[in-house]
Design a protein. Sequence first.
Lengths: 202, 213
Amino acid sequence: MMPLDLNALVGHTGQNLFYVLTGIGFGFALEQAGFGNARNLAAQFYLKDMRVLKVMFSAIVTAMLLLYWAGALGWVEVERVFVNPTHLWPGILGGFIFGVGFVIGGYCPGTALVSLSTLKLDGLFFVLGLGAGMFVFGETIDGWRAFWDRSGFYGEVTLMQVFGLPAGVVVLAVVLMALGMFFGAEKIEAYFARRDAEGGRR
Amino acid sequence: MNRKRVAALVAVAAAVGLLLMGRPTVEERVSARAPELQSRLETRRVHIHPAELLDVINNYNTRLRIVDVRDESDFNLFHILDSVRVPWARLQDPAWVRALPTHTVTVLVSNDERRAEEAWKRLAVQNVPHLYVLEGGINGWLDLYGEAPTGAVSSGSAAGHAAGDDTLRHGFSAALGSRHPASDPDPLHAPRVEYERKVKPIGPTVRKAGGCG
C-alpha cells in the first residue's frame, strides 16, 4: 500500500532517478501551460489571463480527487502522506514576500527554473536572485529562528481537522469552490478582453 | 456539451461518489488484506526474540517505542521499562498513528503473541514502519529475565507462547509495573542467548520537506 518507501523498493539511485523523472514531468507540464513566460504569469495579477489560477486549481483538484479516491479504495494510506506543518506568521510574511517577488519578477521559484531551461535571460537573473536570497537567509537564520521555526506553529493541520468535517465533504467543497473560481475567472477574462478591445477601437 | 462542462461534471461526480463511498475503516482494511498480513506473520520475520529487544533497548543509536497492548491491570502488574500502554481503540486513531515518529522501531507487546499480532495488523495497514512483535510476549520475556527474587514463576520458552491464549502466566505479589527487576534487566548480567537478528537498521533521520516552489 502507498505511500511507498522508494528507498527500500528501488534503492537510493532508483529513488533519485524517480525524482528526476518526476521533475521532468513537472517541468514539462509547467512549460506546456505557458508558465515559462513571465508575461503569462504576471498577467494573472492584472486579471487579464487567469491561466495560473486555472492550471494550479485544476492540478489541486485532480491530485486531491485521485489521492482521496485511492485512499477510499485502500490503495493509499492518506494519513501517511506528508503534510507541510503550518507556521502561520512566517507563512504570512513569506507569502507576502513571495507575492511581491512574483508580481515584480514575473516568476515563482519553480517557474523561474522552467524559464531558465529554455534559456530565458529574465529566468536566469531571477534564479540568481533566488540563490542570493537563500544564501542570505541561511547565513542569518540564527537571528530569525524563533520567528521562523516557532511563531504561529500549529503542526500538520488539514482542512478536515480545522472544520471537523469528513474528507468527502471537504473534497466536494473544494471542487465546488474551484469550479466557482473557474467560472468567475472566465467572466473576468472576458470583461478585460472586451474592455481592451473597446479601448483599442477608441 | 463542451469539454470544460464535461470535466466539471466528472469532478463533481467524483467528489460526490467519494462522499457517498466514504473511507474504509482500519478493520475493513485488515479484512481486505488478511491473507497477505497472515502470511507475513507466518514467516515470523517480524517477531523479535526478547534478547534482541533487550539489545535494541540498550542500543542508543536506535530509537525505540515499546507499545504494550495488554489490559491496564496486567500492565500495572508488570511492564517493560519505558513501554507505553496503548488502548485498543487508539491503534485505529489516525491522529495517534500520524503522530508516531517514523525513524523509530516499534515493538508490540502482549502477554503472548496473539493480541500483539492483531495490533501489528492494524498498524501495518496504516503503514506504520519498522514494526515488530515481541516473540513470546511478556510471558516469554519473564521466562528469560524474571529470576527467582522477582516473584515471577517461570513457565516455558519464548517460542512456546506463540499460540498462547494471551493470559499472564506469571504471578506477582503486587502491582510493580516497571519497578520489577525484570522490567529493566542488566544487559551485562542477563542470560546470553543466541538469536536471529531481525530488526533492520534505520537510516539517518532526514527532516521531511515538501511544497511548491
